[in-house]
Design a binder for this molecule. Structure first.
Ligand code: XMP
Length: 333
């Protein structure tokens, strides 16, 4: 059987005991595979790459080189948290690249969602490849591939068409040749989370909601501008804070703000105040193929509206998207 396919006998990892056994087995396998060589990893701060980082740090410590690329489309404080958790907390060998200008310059004036995705995906590779070329003696590349990714590629190979191109990162340029290290490629997401907690990663990071590879880039609708992106980031941070405060964060699968490229007339301090609307999206799903709306209690909604309109420069209205999937996809782009 291909080692890309999960053997039927493989037990589902549902508790710490099973997770610890998996960790021990993988630590040994990683050490055997890489010996004293260096391993490179693109660490986004998402669950998968974080669990791979923590596993590799446990196995080979400073032989792992993590590269965190900030594409300028991260949520508020996200890059800072990666630096805190991995650079400071786990003493990882971490390279931080602030590529905000590179990405935002390329995206200026681009409004088509799929073109935006392609630009972000391609530039991500370029920035990562630039960093990889600066390093010497790196033979291995670690990836947070998980089992659904493998099943998805099998589906794509069978010619099934997707609604959106979710593949965030294509292959590396030909001059960069690495042997892959993919320690969690046979795990489902729920297992990755159990392993993450067993490795000591914080609960909030291991159970965090999915965040698309193109980040806020597909939530700052149409052509991205820095001021609207900033308004989106601040409004999204308020939504997340309020969801944390009232317990909705624990029970909602995904929740975020999208900001469209339209302005409406409003009023603030007795003056005309033109601003963008912030759109709240909060959904539940099991497989992201269909989704239902999380019912946010009115008092919570009122508080979110009051805070966003008072605290976020440029936003004068807040809307709540009540459309399930279908017909609305989860993201607006
Ligand atoms: P849609 O919008 O297709 O989203 O209903 C389903 C899930 O996929 C996420 N999503 C993406 N994830 N790259 C990603 O890694 C992408 O380009 C992308 N587009 C959508 C979305 O956040 C939701 O969880």
């Amino acid at each position: 059987m291909s080692d890309n396919l999960r053997p039927e006998s493989m037990q589902r990892i549902t508790n710490f005991q099973l997770a610890n056994a998996f960790i021990e087995e993988q630590v040994a396998a990683i050490r055997a595979q890489v010996g004293d060589q260096k391993v490179l990893l693109a660490l986004s701060g998402g669950v998968d790459s974080s669990v791979v980082a923590a596993l590799l740090i446990k196995a080979i410590g400073k032989q792992l080189i993590c590269v965190h690329v900030n594409h300028g489309l991260m949520r508020k404080n996200e890059s800072e948290n990666v630096i805190k958790l991995f650079g400071e907390g786990l003493d990882a060998n971490l390279i931080y690249v602030d590529a905000t200008d590179r990405f935002l310059n390329l995206l200026a004036g681009v409004s088509d969602p799929e073109t935006k995705r392609k630009i972000i995906g391609k530039e991500f590779i370029e920035v990562f490849a630039d960093e990889a070329r600066k390093l010497e003696d790196v033979t291995f590349l670690a990836q947070g591939t998980i089992y659904p990714d493998i099943l998805e590629s099998v589906k794509q190979a069978e010619g099934k068409k997707a609604v959106k191109s979710h593949h965030n990162v294509g292959g590396l340029p030909k001059d960069l040749k690495f042997t892959l290290v993919e320690p969690i490629k046979l795990l489902f997401k729920d297992e990755v989370r159990v392993v993450g907690e067993a490795l000591g990663l914080p609960h909030a990071m291991v159970y965090r909601q999915p965040f698309p590879g193109p980040g806020l880039g597909v939530r700052c609708l149409g052509a991205i501008t820095r001021d609207r992106l900033e308004a989106l980031r601040e409004a999204d941070a308020i939504l997340r804070e309020e969801f944390d405060n009232c317990g909705l964060a624990e029970k909602t699968w995904q929740y975020f703000i999208a900001v469209p490229d339209i302005k409406s007339v409003g009023v603030k301090d007795d003056s005309r105040y033109e601003g963008w609307p912030a759109i709240i999206r909060a959904v539940n799903t099991t497989d992201a193929m269909t989704a239902t709306i999380e019912e946010i209690p009115y008092p919570v909604l009122h508080k979110i509206v009051a805070r966003i309109t008072a605290e976020v420069e440029g936003i004068n209205r807040v809307l709540f998207d009540l459309t399930p999937k279908p017909t609305g996809t989860i993201e607006w782009e």
